[in-house]
Design a protein around this ligand. Sequence first.
Ligand SMILES: Cc1cc2nc3c(=O)[nH]c(=O)nc-3n(C[C@H](O)[C@H](O)[C@H](O)COP(=O)(O)OP(=O)(O)OC[C@H]3O[C@@H](n4cnc5c(N)ncnc54)[C@H](O)[C@@H]3O)c2cc1C
Length: 385
Amino acid sequence: MEADQQTQEIRNSVRKICSEFGEDYWRELDRNSGYPTDFVKEITQTGFLGCLIPESYGGAGLGLVEACAILEEISRSGGHPGAAHAQMYVMGSVLRHGTEEQKQRYLPAVAAGELRLQSFGVTEPSTGTDTTSLKTTAQKEGDRYIVNGQKVWISRVQHSDLMVLLARTKPIEKRTSKTDGLSCFIVDLRGAEERGLTIKPIDAMINHHSCELFFDNFQIPAENLLGEEHKGFKAILDGMNAERILIGSECIGDARYFIDKASAYAKERIVFGRPIGQNQGISFPIANAYAQTEAAALMVDKAARLFDTGTPCGAEANMAKMLAADASWKAGDICLQTHGGFGISREYHIERKLRETRLYQIAPISTNLILSYISEHVLGMPRSF
Ligand SMILES: Cc1cc2nc3c(=O)[nH]c(=O)nc-3n(C[C@H](O)[C@H](O)[C@H](O)COP(=O)(O)OP(=O)(O)OC[C@H]3O[C@@H](n4cnc5c(N)ncnc54)[C@H](O)[C@@H]3O)c2cc1C
């Protein structure tokens, strides 16, 4: 089957699933801080969540282009892929840096939906974006590592069986480079709260199930080290490019959702005896958001294709995420404006989607840090920090 035809068929199937989980489903979850268990189960069982896992480990063996199509369709339907997307990019770290034993142990079970690999523990309260300065320590003692420290904003920990954790295994004063001395671990979250992990949900603007984590002499078996000791930053780095591209595709889905809604409403809402879309003050901003979204979508697609062929794509992944996040935020603002007062009403779903898409100016990496990357790594200007 032609690749484009296959992607279109994937889109059609995802749309069909999403049609069973309408916007009211997501609004109720948002209202009650609920987790979309049934939806996640459905996209796991149909193989979409494990699409990036190779067939030899029980997955569909697809690429990032197809994964992007899946997330975009979920967003475009009015849903929120944030409830599940981490499994796609966290899995990549296990696939690329795990031992054969780790891959055999986890990936088939993740693909089958028996294990949930939904959580990624990097950010800390006192270091934030400055990841390589993180302070959580993992000290080796015999056949285990003892973890002490704190993480913040770690999403879905309460809805995941496994988490990939980044911690310091070498004192910061002994590191030989900024990224030296950090290691990655596969943490089994089942029963972890009885073993020294305290989890505190954060009351937040969006329903993202993010938590504070406190590690108090928490033990991880040494065999759960992911990749080489002290070189864990590398193990998460290529996962970060995948994450940025996938988030970019979610933003494209959000932007298209907003543009669909805004243009439909502009055609049907009659004020002063004519459709509001007849006023160019209404139609031009929507048309402009459409053009910007289509341009951003090209960059997301370019980045995904580079990633799938193993070509370096740091610049494209960053630009894709930034352009798509800007497009969705702008489209959301225009969609709300087009709806006038009704845009504020929860019944119209726009305010929820606008809150959700706002996150992507900040996470997983903020716009400033992307501009900083382009300034330094693409344009060769001096590093600012
Ligand atoms: C809902 C949500 C879910 C999240 N989920 C996860 C998760 O699952 N796992 C995880 O590890 N993390 C997660 N995060 C954390 C997220 O990755 C961080 O919030 C993000 O990287 C920004 O870090 P910070 O919040 O510490 O901001 P800070 O680093 O404190 O930055 C604050 C502001 O200052 C700006 N800034 C900082 N330094 C510079 C500079 N040198 N130049 C210019 N501007 C600068 C930033 O752009 C930002 O706007 C999540 C966050 C949120 C809000």
